[in-house]
Design a protein around this ligand. Structure first.
Ligand code: ZN
Length: 642
């Protein structure tokens, strides 16, 4: 803490100032916060598990073999270095076989299977209007920069980033063996294609509206809309089951794609694929590729001063590709049944608080309240780790072919997704691995998910009293729960279907209340002259406020028969709020803040704390803040949704 600061003037500084001073950003990080630090501690812990698995002798169980060999292959820098760009030979030969736009489809499909979103995105997900049905969809994608806005904005900083990106693309072509002049021309061609795709893409704010992403059409209609892409060959290569209906969004993007296929010389399309192949695989290739990837994406765009040591990158790749194998070893060591039980108790109390809030809302009609309560009671709680672990045993994992291991595991994951087409939904599935220091709400599943990694000290500490635990972890639980009722979540019903369950009047009042929050956060400056894009962060900002209000009610009810003590001169109420603020103590690099302002739906740390407490009279009371002080919104400006 920084007790020289008045909590009523800047609560974040008061609670986190000491942490910020004592925790400068390590050279290999783009930001440094309580979550990030805990994740880094986890990496060191997981490294121990992986090194043990890698060096285990004799007969190993399946999980030990999988994670041990994958990690060994990743750590084999000498072997990877020797291969150089040669590792990409088979795929480059495949791209060379593209002689017309029509030949593109199977190559794009096979790159998407092994690498991810090339040209556009595709996958199977729950149908927006029938969450028990799983359908296939295609969506915008295919960019190298982190967002479509990087290609369309005209301010000097955006122009500078595009210039620097062009150099990066050129460098990748040079690493593939092109001479400087050819590489430059090829980079220009890639930029032209990506700019066309970006211009036809939805913004992140538009993508927050699930109705804008809903467009179920017949496959035959897609074939008519984009006749220059061989869809039959594409889906044959993906090995999807037969289907008639496909979700296509946004239409503008796919129309533009067809224009590109018609008008672009095929050599440019080939170069687009060559670039995305090498760029996408760069982190797994020889040091020249790894360095270029770091220089542009991590150093220039996000401000890191040094590359992370190899072992850290390898632990993260293992967590990403074998998360539920590594996760088994992790939870065995860190997650006890007692911890699961106490978290579940907290979740239930917070759900009870939400029910109480809904019933008491003075602006909502009884009809809508009934629907909101049904939605609340329909929420599934998932704590710690999945009941059933993902089985990777069908994948060949070697200790000496890292790129191959990554490709095969990516393909396994892609097929696992595509195989869901037409199948019943697995409600036990997780979208984050157990060691992840994060949590999420999924509107189509209507479930809240808290991996074991986020239920560890200092975030949740069974050894300390309830006040900071409720302020911190209780607030996180309330946050995820409130996502079910933010500007986006409120469009889905108890079953996870996109359905309007609001009366017209209640919806108007709800929108008026969320607008109060959007207006408040729009005032905050992220870096230089960049303000928060508060229509992008609205869901998170609503969840931050709602979550803390719920945590406060739940904490009061959990401790109503206890005599709460003052500790270190801080009242229990004060420690509740300090616990809240200290979940997000952090330092950030200006480059990273700028990138996040364009891509991250979360507000910067300082405003995730101060933006909440200004709206809570409980806070003003706890610290005896007076009207007119910065941490107290004037009565006519106090925002409250839930
Ligand atoms: Zn959130």
């Amino acid at each position: 803490m920084d007790k020289s600061v008045d909590p009523c003037v800047d609560f974040y500084q008061y609670s986190c100032g000491g942490w910020q001073k004592k925790n400068p950003i390590p050279a290999d990080q783009t930001s440094w916060g309580v979550y990030g630090k805990l994740y880094q501690d986890n990496l060191a812990f997981l490294r121990g598990i992986l090194e043990q698995a890698a060096s285990a002798k004799g007969k190993r169980d399946t999980v030990t073999q999988e994670i041990g060999d994958f990690y060994s292959a990743c750590m084999d820098e000498a072997g990877i270095e020797k291969l150089g760009a040669g590792a990409l030979k088979p795929q480059l030969a495949m791209i060379d076989q593209v002689k017309s736009a029509h030949d593109l489809a199977p190559v794009v499909a096979s790159m998407q299977l092994e690498l991810g979103g090339v040209l556009f995105g595709s996958g199977v997900r729950q149908a927006p209007d029938n969450s028990e049905q799983q359908i296939i969809g295609v969506t915008q994608g295919g960019l190298g920069l982190p967002d479509r806005d990087y290609y369309t904005k005209d301010d000097p900083k955006s122009k500078e980033i595009r210039e620097r990106y062009l150099q990066h693309v050129q460098k990748i072509f040079e690493l593939l063996g092109d001479n400087a002049e050819t590489a430059k021309q090829n980079a220009d061609a890639v930029m032209k294609i990506e700019t066309a795709l970006a211009t036809a893409s939805m913004t992140r704010v538009e993508r927050r509206d699930p109705y804008k992403s809903k467009n179920k059409i017949k496959l035959a209609d897609l074939e008519q809309m984009v006749p220059d892409f061989d869809w039959a060959a594409y889906f044959r290569t993906l090995k999807t089951r037969q289907f008639e209906i496909i979700n296509v969004a946004p239409t503008s993007f796919f129309k533009e794609l067809d224009t590109l296929l018609k008008d672009e010389p095929v050599a440019n399309l080939r170069n687009y694929l060559r670039y995305h192949l090498a760029n996408g695989y760069s982190p797994y290739l020889s040091s020249a590729f790894v360095q270029e990837n770091f220089d542009f994406f991590i150093s220039f765009l996000r401000g890191a001063k040094e590359m992370q040591p190899r072992w850290k990158r390898c632990v993260q790749f293992t967590d990403r590709d074998l998360g539920e194998a590594l996760g088994q070893a992790y939870v065995r060591k860190v997650f006890s049944p007692e911890l699961k039980a106490s978290t579940l108790d907290m979740v239930r109390r917070i759900e009870d608080a939400m029910a109480q809030r809904i019933q008491q809302l003075d602006w909502m009609s009884p009809e809508t309240k009934e629907q909101a309560l049904a939605k609340l009671h329909g929420i599934r709680n998932k704590i710690g780790y999945p009941d059933k672990w993902r089985d990777y045993s069908s994948v060949k994992i070697t200790s000496n072919d890292f790129l191959g291991d990554v490709e095969r595991l990516t393909e396994f994951e892609r097929h696992r997704n595509l195989n869901k087409l037409g199948q019943p939904v697995d409600h036990g599935e997780w979208g984050m691995s157990p060691p992840t220091v994060n949590a999420y709400y999924n509107p189509a599943m209507n479930d809240i998910n808290f991996p074991a990694g986020v239920l560890q000290p200092p975030l949740y500490d069974a050894k300390i009293d309830d006040a900071p635990n409720y302020g911190d972890t209780g607030g996180t639980i309330g946050h995820e729960l409130t996502h079910g009722f933010d500007d986006q979540g409120a469009k889905f019903d108890a079953k996870g279907n996109l359905r309007d369950w609001w009366t017209k009047e209640d919806k108007e009042k709800f929108e008026e209340r969320t607008k109060c929050i959007a207006d408040q956060y729009a005032q905050y400056v992220v870096v230089d002259d960049v303000h928060i894009n508060s229509r992008l962060t609205l869901g998170e900002d609503v969840a931050d406020l709602g979550g803390e209000i719920l945590a406060y009610i739940a904490w009061k009810s959990a401790t109503k028969d206890k005599k709460l003590q003052t500790v270190d001169d801080l009242t229990p109420e004060q420690r509740f709020f300090i616990g809240f603020a200290q979940w997000d103590c952090s330092n950030d690099r200006p480059e990273n803040l700028r990138l996040r302002a364009m891509t991250d739906p979360h507000s910067p740390s300082k405003y995730r704390i101060n933006g909440v407490v200004v709206n809570m009279p409980e806070f003003a009371k706890a610290f005896s803040c007076k009207a007119g002080q910065p941490m107290v919104n004037p009565p006519d400006k106090v925002c409250k949704v839930w």
